[in-house]
Design a protein around this ligand. Structure first.
Ligand SMILES: [Ca+2]
Length: 255
């Protein structure tokens, strides 16, 4: 039970290094014992409270489709901060050493199934170069060391990349792979929109960057996000390229 997990860490000065915990069908595993950098995720919500109430944070997380994990940090004696993860989050590996810091990040062990975007039809608002075709975003190649591997728009504003899934799905997560070189920043300032019929659903909020080489960004969709079309929308303050290496989409056939 989650209460045993919390009790373990409440009783110690440091958060316990249990490998994993199963709670009501949700399995949380420790993924970091250092604070998650603020540039690596956007929390769904933050709660500062006494340690006695942290079961509420896990409770709320388990009932929120967007919530894949919970970071708990000891701010000072008797005051803890819970950050529920996430609107979006970079996929990274972090230190998991006992006593590395006063923070522990737990993430659920989730299975998302097949990539719905693979080899589907994709469209770019504009195309930077003959080689930077929209199809490069859905070809299954997730390592892009140079321009001929990527899907890229011209240098402008409000560029977009659209992927037609051919059927309607309840969308759970959209993943953007950045370029594998110093141009990775061209994935900054992106939003994900799921659309179908007359409805548009934002998924994961705005991702501002900064994007580094090899970054992979998960956009988590709220419950009820349904559609047949995925749009990666670029909203930079200045002209920029929209460049991605790959986009993956996960969900279930709807209804
Ligand atoms: Ca690709």
């Amino acid at each position: 039970m989650i209460s045993s997990l919390l009790l373990t860490f409440i009783l110690g000065m440091h958060i316990s290094l249990c490998v994993s915990q199963a709670t009501n069908g949700h399995k949380f595993e420790i993924k970091a014992t250092v604070p998650l950098p603020s540039t690596d995720f956007k929390p769904l919500f933050t709660v500062d409270d006494s340690k006695a109430k942290f079961h509420q944070c896990f409770f709320l997380c388990e009932r929120n489709q967007q919530c894949i994990g919970v970071e708990i940090c000891k701010i000072k004696e008797g005051l803890f901060r819970c950050q529920a993860c996430c609107e979006w989050k970079k996929v990274k590996k972090y230190t998991t050493l006992l006593g590395a810091s006063n923070c522990t990040y737990y993430e659920q062990d989730l299975v998302y199934g097949a990539n719905l975007a693979l080899n589907k039809t994709a469209t770019l608002s504009t195309q930077e170069d003959f080689s930077t075709a929209s199809s490069n975003a859905v070809d299954g190649i997730t390592v892009c060391p140079s321009i001929e591997f990527v899907a890229a728009s011209i240098f402008t504003r409000d560029s977009w990349l659209s992927i037609q899934l051919e059927s309607t799905y309840s969308i759970r997560m959209v993943v953007i792979y950045a370029r594998t070189d110093w141009h990775a920043y061209e994935a900054d300032h992106t939003r994900v929109i799921v659309s179908g019929d007359n409805f548009n659903y934002p998924c994961g909020g705005e991702y501002p960057g900064p994007t580094q080489e090899n970054d992979v960004i998960d956009f988590l969709c709220a419950a009820g996000t349904v559609g047949s079309n995925i749009t990666i929308l670029k909203r930079p303050p200045h002209d920029e390229h929209l460049t991605v290496c790959e986009v993956e989409v996960f969900g279930k056939l709807y209804p």
